[in-house]
Design a binder for this molecule. Structure first.
Ligand SMILES: O=C(O)CCC(=O)C(=O)O
Length: 196
């Protein structure tokens, strides 16, 4: 089992959800899709990683558990993150972020294959999916559904990436496997009502 090496650069005293505002950088992907990036959004991410690793009842996706739904202990910092995202994107998104889904990548062999989140309203509506990463840095790759080259965004410890606009319909995304000896990573995905 890999363990997370605490970050020597993360000197925050406790967990701190830092401002979004002008620290958010938008990358236009074309076809109405974009990615927003805010590096170092959550300070003290080592502590958040430790709390999530300890408190969340992690299970393998293929195992049926209570018809696929588990109660995830809420962490107050995740509520704070959700509220900060809602405040930042309210005018553009027109609705609040409501759900937080969590994935654990134990090492570089854990990955997520190419897909778009097109279950529910995102099948034919624009939406936003905001991803907070804690733990080992991994790449989030995106490629246009109708062909073309992929782009990669580094999802580092405490970083925020937001896929927005038509991204779920016009682009696919994945977290590729890596042969590099990487430690574990947790991603927290914030979504709006009726999007999976
Ligand atoms: O782990 C990640 O950052 C990506 C998760 C993902 O692919 C998804 O939520 O659809």
């Amino acid at each position: 089992m890999s363990v997370l090496q605490g970050s020597l650069l993360d000197l925050a005293d406790g967990i701190e959800v830092r401002p979004l505002g002008t620290a958010v950088q938008r990358i236009d992907l074309g076809k109405g899709a974009w990615v927003d990036r805010r590096t170092g959004w959550v300070g003290g991410a080592d502590e958040l990683y430790g709390a999530l690793r300890r408190d969340v009842p992690w299970y393998a996706e293929r195992r049926q558990m209570y018809e696929g739904i588990v109660d995830v202990p809420r962490h107050p910092v995740l509520d704070e993150c959700r509220d900060a995202l809602t405040a930042h994107y309210r005018d553009e998104l027109g609705e609040p972020f409501v759900t937080a889904g969590l994935c654990l990548y134990r090492d570089g062999q854990d990955s997520v294959a190419w897909h778009g989140d097109r279950v529910g309203r995102s099948r034919d509506e624009d939406t936003m999916i905001a991803i907070l990463s804690v733990g080992a840095p991994r790449d989030l790759a995106l490629r246009p559904r109708d062909g073309g080259s992929s782009v990669r965004f580094a999802a580092g410890h405490g970083d925020l990436l937001v896929m927005g606009g038509s991204c779920q319909r016009t682009w696919d995304h994945c977290v590729p496997k890596t042969a590099r000896p990487v430690g574990p990573r947790i991603s927290v995905q914030f979504r709006v009502r009726g999007v999976r």
